[in-house]
Design a binder for this molecule. Structure first.
Ligand SMILES: [Zn+2]
Length: 539
C-alpha cells in the first residue's frame, strides 16, 4: 500500500507550518503566489500525477487565482466540495515578532520569553503546550491542510466518493475569490458530471466565551449587508446657517436610529445576530472651508439570518423616512423661532430612483459616462466609489435635494442555513457521537457560523426580490462588484462547516489547538466523508 505523505498528526503539523510560511496576506504579492505553491504540493500526489487535468489554477481578480483539485471515483454517486480560503489578515500587531508570525514552531517557542506580555488565557494556553501560535494557523490554513490530507487519503484508499477541493483568495476582504469560483464550480460539475452533495467548509471553531471547552459544528453561515446613505444637504455660509442645511445634521438623525436598532436584529433557532452598528460616517469634502458641509456619507453594518436585501432595504427606508421627518420638524421649528423661511424638506429616495431620474434627464450614456469616470479612480475602493457615484448624480439633479439617498455598498454576504437538511443532520449526529466516543469531545451545533464565510455564495435560495433590489441599489454593480446570484442558485446542496478549534483569530495570539487540529477533527471529517460515501445518499 502506498505510504501517505500527510497521514499522521506529525505530518499534518509539518505541512501546516510549511503552508503558513507561504505568507499570503490579502492584497499582497504572497496572496498571488500562494496558489501555485499549493498546486505544486498537490501535484506531488500520485493521483494528480496520473490525472493532471483534475488539478486547476483559475483567475480571480487583480492577478489572484484559486485552486481546484478533483478526486473522482468511478462508482461515486456524489461530490463533496471542500472549501477553504488561503488569504490571511496582516501581521502589524506582532510588532518586533512580525517575522516569526509565519513560523509557528519558532513563534510558539519565542513567546515563552514574552509570556508577561500575553493576556491571561493565552499565557495559560502557551504554558499548557497544547497550542501552536501563528498567523493563519487557525484562520484558516489548517482547514486547507486538513482538506489536502483528506484528498490524499481518499485517493490512495480509493474511497467511493468524489472530493473537490477548492481554495480561494480574498475571503478576508471582498470574497472575490469565492465569487469567481462559483461559475467555475458549475463548469466542473458539467464537465465531470458531478452531483454536489455537500459544501463543506473548514473555517475554525470560535469559542463562544472565554474558557469555553466545547467544540462546534456549524450548519449555516451568518449574512452581512451594508445599507448606506449619501446625505445631500444645501450649502450656505456659516454666517447664515438657516439658509442651508448641513449634511452632518441630517446624518445625525439617521445614525441615531440605525445604530443598535433592535428591529434590525434577527433571532432564529435561539441564535441572535449582533446589533447594527455604524462602520463609517464622513464628510465627502476633505478640506476645511467656511462653506457649510452639504455632502456626507454613512455606512452601516447589518447581520442577517433569514432576511434578504429587499427586506433590509424596506426596513432601512422606513428608518430613514422617520429620520427625515424628525429632521424636517426640528429644522422647521428653529426656522419659525428665528423667523427664517426654510429652504425645503429633506426627502428620502433609493439609489435606483436617483439613477432613473438622472437617466430620464440626461440619457443612459451620460449617466454611464459619470459612472465610468469614477470607476477609473483606482485610489478609491468600492465603498468610496459607491458614494461618489451617488454624489455625482445628485449634483446634477439638485431638484431632488436636500435628500438622503439610500444605497448598498459592497460586500454582501447572503445568509445561508442547512439546519433542516437530512444529510446535514446525519453528519452532525455522526460528529457528535464519534467526537464524544472517540475523544471525549463535547460537540455542539451552531446554526449560523458567526465569523462570515464563503459559504454565503453557494446554495442561494431567495424566493423574493432580494437579488434585484440589491443589484439596482448598488452603484458599483456590474463594474467593480457583482455577485453571481444566478449561478449560486444552481449550486444547490446543503452547507456545513467543520473546522479545527482555535482562539484569537486576527489577533497576535492567534493559535490552534494541536490535538484537536491534527488528530480529532481530521479523524471526524474522514469518518463523516466515508459515511457519506457508504450511504451513497442521493441528492
Ligand atoms: Zn476565515
Amino acid at each position: 500500500m502506498t505510504q501517505l505523505k500527510w497521514g499522521t498528526p506529525k505530518a499534518l503539523r509539518e505541512l501546516l507550518c510549511e503552508v503558513v510560511s507561504w505568507k499570503s496576506m490579502t492584497l499582497t504579492e504572497g496572496e498571488r503566489e500562494f496558489p501555485s505553491k499549493v498546486a505544486a504540493k498537490l501535484k506531488g500526489l500520485t493521483y494528480f500525477q496520473e490525472n493532471p487535468e483534475h488539478l486547476g489554477l483559475h483567475d480571480a481578480d487583480l492577478g489572484r487565482r484559486f485552486v481546484t483539485a478533483l478526486y473522482k471515483h468511478p462508482s461515486a454517486l456524489g461530490t463533496v466540495v471542500l472549501i477553504s480560503h488561503f488569504d490571511t489578515v496582516n501581521t502589524e500587531e506582532y510588532g518586533d515578532l512580525q517575522e516569526y508570525a509565519y513560523q509557528p514552531e519558532e513563534l510558539t517557542r519565542l513567546l515563552h520569553s514574552r509570556i508577561d506580555e500575553l493576556p491571561a488565557e493565552a499565557r495559560e494556553d502557551l504554558l499548557s503546550g497544547e497550542y501552536l501560535f501563528g498567523r493563519g494557523t487557525m484562520d484558516m490554513k489548517m482547514g486547507l491542510v486538513m482538506h489536502m490530507g483528506l484528498i490524499e487519503k481518499a485517493s490512495v484508499e480509493q474511497w467511493p466518493i468524489n472530493l473537490l477541493l477548492l481554495t480561494v483568495p480574498d475571503e478576508e476582504v471582498n470574497s472575490s475569490g469565492m465569487r469567481a469560483a462559483v461559475p467555475k464550480l458549475l463548469e466542473l460539475k458539467e464537465k465531470h458530471q458531478l452531483t454536489f452533495k455537500l459544501f463543506l467548509n473548514g473555517e475554525p471553531v470560535f469559542t463562544q466565551e472565554p474558557g469555553d471547552r466545547n467544540y462546534y459544528v456549524y450548519s449555516g453561515s451568518i449574512g452581512k449587508i451594508m445599507p448606506s446613505a449619501l446625505f445631500y444637504g444645501k450649502e450656505t455660509h456659516v454666517g447664515q446657517p438657516l439658509s442651508g442645511i448641513t449634511a452632518p445634521y441630517i446624518a445625525s438623525f439617521l445614525t441615531q436610529r440605525m445604530e443598535w436598532n433592535l428591529s434590525l436584529q434577527e433571532t432564529v433557532m435561539g441564535e441572535r445576530t449582533p446589533l447594527p452598528v455604524t462602520l463609517q460616517q464622513k464628510d465627502l469634502r476633505s478640506e476645511y472651508s467656511v462653506q457649510t458641509p452639504y455632502r456626507s456619507a454613512a455606512l452601516y453594518n447589518v447581520f442577517l439570518m433569514q432576511r434578504n436585501a429587499e427586506e433590509i432595504m424596506n426596513m432601512f427606508e422606513k428608518v430613514a423616512t422617520d429620520a427625515a421627518k424628525a429632521c424636517n420638524q426640528a429644522y422647521h421649528e428653529i426656522c419659525k423661532e428665528q423667523t427664517v423661511t426654510p429652504v425645503g424638506d429633506v426627502r428620502v429616495l433609493r439609489y435606483e430612483d436617483l439613477e432613473k431620474h438622472a437617466v430620464r434627464k440626461f440619457g443612459v450614456e451620460y449617466v454611464a459616462g459619470i459612472k465610468a469616470a469614477i470607476q477609473k479612480r483606482e485610489e478609491w475602493d468600492d465603498r468610496e466609489k459607491s458614494f461618489r457615484i451617488a454624489d455625482a448624480l445628485i449634483i446634477e439633479c439638485q431638484e431632488l435635494a436636500p435628500a438622503i439617498v439610500l444605497l448598498y455598498a459592497p460586500p454582501y454576504y447572503p445568509a445561508v442555513n442547512s439546519s433542516e437538511n437530512e444529510l446535514v443532520k446525519k453528519c452532525i449526529s455522526y460528529v457528535k457521537e464519534r467526537g464524544f466516543e472517540k475523544f471525549g469531545l463535547p460537540v455542539n451545533q451552531v446554526h449560523y457560523f458567526n465569523g462570515i464565510s464563503d459559504l454565503s455564495y453557494v446554495n442561494y435560495q431567495d424566493a423574493g426580490e432580494g437579488w434585484t433590489v440589491f443589484k439596482e441599489n448598488t452603484p458599483v454593480w456590474g463594474t467593480s462588484y457583482s455577485i453571481p446570484f444566478d449561478e449560486m442558485t444552481k449550486l444547490h446542496a446543503p452547507v456545513l462547516n467543520v473546522g479545527p478549534l482555535g482562539k484569537d483569530a486576527h489577533k497576535r495570539t492567534e493559535r490552534l489547538h494541536i490535538k484537536n487540529a491534527f488528530e480529532e477533527v481530521p479523524a471526524l471529517v474522514e469518518g463523516m466523508v466515508k459515511m457519506l460515501a457508504e450511504k451513497k445518499v442521493r441528492c
